[in-house]
Design a protein around this ligand. Structure first.
Ligand code: NZQ
Ligand code: ZN
Length: 394
């Protein structure tokens, strides 16, 4: 079991009545002038933004607004936000939305007090030294950004998608009302569930196989999301299962399922290049790549894949042939992705086979020009990345 240092400072305010706590929470965390940051319209349509404006107005909290964050959030919007915050002397950012809005808020938070170009943080030229305090009203359980230390931004020039990790950007609070997720389209619900499961699996598939409590938590989380997702696809206003998925979203990416294991995140790195280049939904991209990654690395980690097959996917253990058990687990996971409407190959994800040149460009970006490997349980070199993309593209 790996030594660990677990830090999860975000206050979670969960449930049907949670939204009412907003003004009090902003005041508690020192917000006097707030940037209300949001996406493309869902929060307005649902009435959530109107409610936020009313609550802030009644509480006498000054605010400015910036909407228009797109999925796979863009650096250009971050720059706009930084300018606005400086001009308006904003001291607190409220993200109303999902991972894209939260990450855009985090990036703005990093940039406001930084004198250089904010992209320096993603380019490896600087390390964040400060971040404005951030609060969240979560509308889609998926990225887990509401409790994570991560911030993923796409640079519009070159469509480079990159992540930066720092505890400085961890949200002060996250308000989570599962009822707000009833309006999610099925595809976003399913992609969100996939992302949640993948955040857990990227820590579960680890060379540290003796973190027994962490394994048990991870397996329970995976089974919960696997069982709840078909329920909410059938009945979007199923509070019990929406709530289970929403809580799983935070627990899957606040490092709880990493205590004693380690991050692999190879599938995430491979996927970020796909969503950066083709603008696809992150969770769907993960579903498209996972099976190819799993088959590529499985031979050297049979016992881990067999445990996953039995304890998560409900496969019957074949004691004479652990490899067959492991393989059945991968097949069962892919069948689950298909059952919730997720793609399990690149052609299904982007609508066509991608070209050899495009694969070359993906690998070039993912390996930072051939200089970087990815993964931890299995370290992947550029040639391995090529093989996995090719397998997923078959
Ligand atoms: O823009 P609006 O109109 O709000 O629509 C959004 C968007 O189109 C819609 N939506 C959100 N809540 C809704 C809703 N529609 C109806 N009803 C609601 N209640 O859903 C769409 C997707 O939203 P987005 O925020 O993009 O989703 P998600 O939370 O999956 O975030 C994806 C981004 O997070 C990054 C991904 O790479 C991607 O850029 N990630 C961030 C991580 C982190 N910071 O820790 C970790 C993840 O692995 C991931 O990389
Ligand atoms: Zn993810």
């Amino acid at each position: 079991m790996k030594d660990f240092n677990f830090y999860a400072p975000t206050r979670v305010v969960f449930g049907r009545e949670s939204e009412e706590k907003l003004p009090q929470l902003i005041k508690q965390y020192g917000g006097a002038k707030v940037l209300v940051h949001f996406g493309g319209g869902s929060a307005r349509k649902s009435g959530l933004l109107d409610k936020v404006e009313k609550m802030l107005g009644e509480a006498g909290i000054a605010y400015v607004e910036l909407g228009g964050v797109v999925p796979n959030p863009l650096l250009s919007k971050v720059r706009e936000g930084i300018e606005l915050c400086r001009r308006e002397h904003v001291d607190f950012i409220l993200a109303v939305g999902g991972g894209s809005v939260i990450d855009s808020a985090k990036a703005i938070g990093y940039g406001v007090g930084y004198e250089g170009d904010v992209w320096d943080f993603w380019d490896g030229k600087a390390v964040p030294q400060a971040c404005l305090p951030i609060g969240v009203m979560l509308t889609i359980p998926a990225a887990g950004s509401e409790m994570s230390s991560s911030c993923v931004i796409t640079n519009d020039e070159g469509m480079l998608k990159r992540g930066v990790n720092s505890d400085l950007c961890r949200c002060r609070f996250a308000i989570m009302n599962p009822e707000r997720t009833y309006t999610l389209p099925p595809y976003q619900t399913a992609a969100g569930a996939t992302d949640i499961m993948m955040h857990t699996m990227e820590r579960y598939f680890s060379k540290y196989e003796d973190a027994v409590l962490t394994d048990a938590i991870a397996e329970a989380l995976l089974r919960t999301v696997k069982d709840a997702t078909p329920e909410v696809l059938r009945r979007p206003d199923d509070y019990k299962h929406r709530a289970a998925i929403m809580w799983a979203s935070s627990l899957s990416h606040n490092d709880l399922t990493e205590c004693g294991t380690e991050k692999d995140f190879a599938c995430h790195k491979l996927e970020h290049e796909l969503s950066g280049m083709f603008g696809v939904t992150h969770g769907a991209g993960l579903a498209a790549i996972w099976g190819s990654w799993a088959r590529y690395v499985m031979d050297r980690h049979v016992s881990r894949f067999a445990k996953f097959a039995v304890d998560v996917m409900g496969v019957t253990q074949d004691f004479t042939d652990p490899k067959a058990t492991a393989l059945k687990g991968i097949e069962a996971m892919e069948a689950f992705f298909v059952s919730i409407g997720m793609p399990v190959s690149i052609p299904e994800l982007v609508g066509r086979r991608i070209t050899a040149e495009e694969i070359k460009a993906l690998v070039e970006k993912c390996s930072r020009g051939g200089k970087m490997n990815i993964g931890a349980m299995e370290v992947l070199k550029p040639e391995d990345m090529t093989a996995i993309y090719e397998k997923a593209n078959a």
